[in-house]
Design a protein around this ligand. Structure first.
Ligand SMILES: *Cc1c(COP(=O)(O)O)cnc(C)c1O
Ligand code: SF4
Length: 341
């Protein structure tokens, strides 16, 4: 019999940090030593998708820099309000036929997404789920059982991916119960967690979390989400180290964003910082065309050039696959250039 120690107080500090996230422009400006007027905050954008950013993440922004690449990802700014044709509320078609039972998005062979939490620790302005009806995907106990039954009934499903909202917003006991249920399904061999929490609140990676998400006989893969090298500081590297020690395979996905990471130099420094933390780059996504995010778009030709430049400068395992989400196809569409391009 193994003794499971009680969760300590320090183990819970991430929940306090979640509640303490900065939501007001005045507080954000003060934390950065900026005049509030220099932030470029827009109340209309904030009404559309509320601003929320944990202090641990704000702490990695450059004080006094209104153009900081981390700030740009989280600030509700006036650029979001301009209408752009082709930018919609559900750009990747997640609310239609791909949503067979509440909480499940099944688009690709062998793997599906399951939403276990309705919110995130941070609200990223470019997020394709910024208008997603999370309220309708809050699972009741009954719906939760239906979701597990759906997975159990389809023996082609070998991998269950917990995805956004951010699954690590859920409590350890919720994740643990889910893991128990999945471990009891013989054809499920891999649990994958897509999360930004270990980046924005590294204290989320507690002994209790590691116990909840690691099970003998199931491989646990975690795909982190970071976009800029300044996000990956020593606290994030330490959190990644704890995950690796528990046997979790660590990957990263990014979104290519104008004014944040649209240079080969920044992308190569990001890969290098991730590698230093024991994390390999997996995907770099072209922006999904979600309303409010058009100012972040990098066009496909430029994106291919950037990734091509990265491939020339860096070892192959530093180069993420360039992908675009596409409705109605069998997988994400890969656009990574092949040399010579
Ligand atoms: C991205 C995604 C997956 C996982 O795809 P991989 O190529 O295996 O990373 C699965 N389902 C949906 C709906 C996705 O968007
Ligand atoms: S789902 Fe991911 S990208 Fe979207 S707001 Fe949450 S953490 Fe940010």
């Amino acid at each position: 019999m193994t003794l499971i120690p009680l969760q300590t107080k320090a183990d819970d500090s991430w929940q306090q940090q979640l509640r303490d996230a900065i939501r007001s422009p005045a507080e954000l400006a003060a934390a950065l030593g900026l005049e509030p007027s220099r932030l470029g905050f827009s109340a209309q954008a904030d009404d559309d998708f509320a601003m929320k950013v944990p202090r641990a993440f704000v702490g990695r922004m450059q004080p006094g820099d209104a153009d900081d690449p981390l700030l740009r990802q989280v600030l509700a700014g006036s650029a979001e309000n301009a209408p752009h044709p082709g930018y919609s509320d559900d750009p990747v078609g997640e609310t239609g036929a791909a949503n067979p039972v509440p909480g499940i998005i099944h688009k690709y062979h062998g793997r599906l997404l399951m939403t276990v939490a309705s919110g995130c620790a941070v609200n990223c302005r470019y997020c394709f789920r910024r208008h997603f009806p999370y309220g309708e995907n809050q699972l009741s106990r009954r719906e939760w059982q239906d979701a597990i039954a759906y997975i159990r009934a389809d023996t082609s499903i070998t991998e269950v991916i917990l995805s956004g909202g951010d699954p690590l917003v859920a409590r350890d006991d919720t994740l643990s119960a889910l893991m128990d249920a999945l471990a009891a399904v013989p054809h499920v061999t891999t649990l994958r967690i897509h999360t930004r929490l270990p980046v924005v609140i590294p204290d989320r990676v507690t002994p209790g979390l590691l116990r909840a998400i690691c099970r003998p006989g199931i491989a646990t893969v975690m795909v982190l989400h970071s976009n800029h090298p300044n996000e990956v500081d020593t606290t994030v590297a330490a959190a990644a180290g704890r995950l690796r020690e528990a046997g979790v395979t660590l990957l990263n996905q990014s979104v290519l964003l104008t004014g944040v990471n649209d240079s080969a130099d920044t992308l190569s420094r990001l890969s290098s910082a991730l590698f230093g933390a024991g994390v390999l780059p997996y995907y770099v996504h072209l922006l999904d065309r979600v309303r409010g995010a058009a100012h972040f778009a990098v066009d496909e030709t430029r994106a291919r050039e950037l990734v091509g430049e990265l491939a020339v400068r860096c070892p192959g395992y530093f180069v993420p696959r360039l992908v675009r989400e596409s409705s109605g196809e069998g997988s994400k569409r890969e656009l990574t250039p092949r040399y010579p391009y």
